[in-house]
Design a protein. Structure first.
Length: 273
C-alpha cells in the first residue's frame, strides 16, 4: 500500500485531536476500485452532516468540507462550513502540500494554514505545519518506515511541549498512539491596589507539568482485510483510563457504512459514472 495513501489519512482529522482518531477511513485503492467520487460523513445521527470528502478517479482526496456541529433540529438547519481543505499533488501523485482555510462566521473572515510534505528516495520523511503567515512551523511530523510510524512534535523555543507517536499495522491502520504534552502550570497571585487585595490566575510558561498519554488499539479484521472491530484502551493525562470498542459495518459493495461504539459515524457515497 502506498505511503501517500497512508499520509492522507493521517491528516484527515485534526492533527492533535484526542477523540476518535482511530481508523475512520479505507485505503485509496478501495475508493478507486469502487469509483467513489464523494464521501458524505454524518456524526451522531444519519441526519447530521459532518464532512463532505471529494476524491479524484485514483481514490485520492482532493477536497474536504468540514461542517459545524449540530445538537438538535434547530442547529441542524443552521449548519455552516467551518473549514475547507485542499490537497495538492505533483506529477508522480505524491502529496506536496495541503491548504486549510478556516472560516470565522462572526466577522466573515478566513485564515489559512498550510502543511508541506518532504520526500527522500520517494519515501515520505517529514511534514511541516504552518499557521497563517508564520515563517517557522507550528509543528513538525517525522515518518519512519518498516514499520511505518509518525511522530508529531511542537517546540516552544528549545523545549518540546508536545510529542506524540502513531504506530501502524498493515501500513495503514493505527494500532498505538502515545506520547506526552508539557502544560504550563496554573498559578495564583495576590495583588493590592488602593488597599483592595485581589487574586488572579496566570499560566507560568517557565514551570510546566508533563502529562503522558497512550492509546492501544487491537484491530480485528475479516478474511477480506476489512476492519471489523477495534478494542481501545486509553490512558489520558497520566492516570485517567478508559476502554471502549468500535464496531464497523459495510455496504454490500465493501465500502464502510458506519462506525459505532464511541461517537457514531455514518457514511454515504456518490460515484463516478
Amino acid at each position: 500500500m502506498k505511503t501517500t495513501a497512508i499520509l492522507l489519512l493521517i491528516f484527515f482529522n485534526s492533527m492533535f485531536s484526542f477523540g476518535q482518531i482511530e481508523n475512520r477511513w479505507q485505503p485509496d485503492s478501495v475508493y478507486k476500485n469502487k469509483k467513489v467520487k464523494r464521501i458524505f460523513v454524518y456524526e451522531n445521527s444519519p441526519k447530521d452532516l459532518s464532512e463532505i470528502v471529494e476524491l479524484d478517479r485514483n481514490g485520492k482526496i482532493i477536497r474536504i468540507e468540514e461542517h459545524s456541529a449540530s445538537y438538535n433540529k434547530r442547529t441542524r438547519k443552521s449548519k455552516l462550513i467551518d473549514r475547507v481543505t485542499t490537497y495538492i499533488y505533483d506529477e508522480l501523485g505524491k502529496t506536496t502540500h495541503k491548504i486549510d482555510t478556516l472560516i470565522y462566521h462572526h466577522n466573515n473572515s478566513v485564515s489559512t494554514e498550510k502543511t508541506f510534505f518532504y520526500y527522500e528516495n520517494n519515501l515520505l520523511i517529514s511534514s511541516k505545519y504552518f499557521k497563517g503567515n508564520f515563517e517557522n512551523p507550528s509543528s513538525e511530523t517525522t515518518y519512519s518506515h518498516n514499520p511505518f510510524t509518525s511522530t508529531t512534535s511542537i517546540k516552544i523555543d528549545t523545549v518540546i511541549t508536545y510529542r506524540k507517536t502513531k504506530e501502524y499495522e498493515r501500513d495503514f491502520y493505527v494500532k498505538r498512539f502515545y506520547g506526552y504534552v508539557l502544560e504550563a502550570k496554573l498559578k495564583k497571585e495576590q495583588i493590592t491596589i488602593n488597599g483592595i487585595t485581589e487574586t488572579y490566575s496566570y499560566s507560568d510558561d517557565t514551570d510546566r507539568q508533563r502529562f503522558d498519554e497512550e492509546k492501544i488499539i487491537k484491530n480485528i479484521f475479516n478474511g477480506y482485510g476489512q476492519l471489523l472491530t477495534s478494542e481501545i484502551k486509553s490512558v489520558f493525562r497520566n492516570d485517567r483510563t478508559s476502554e471502549y470498542n468500535l464496531t464497523y459495518t459495510y455496504e454490500n459493495n465493501g465500502l464502510l457504512k458506519s462506525i459505532r461504539g464511541y461517537v457514531p459515524l455514518y457514511y454515504k457515497y456518490e460515484y463516478f459514472e
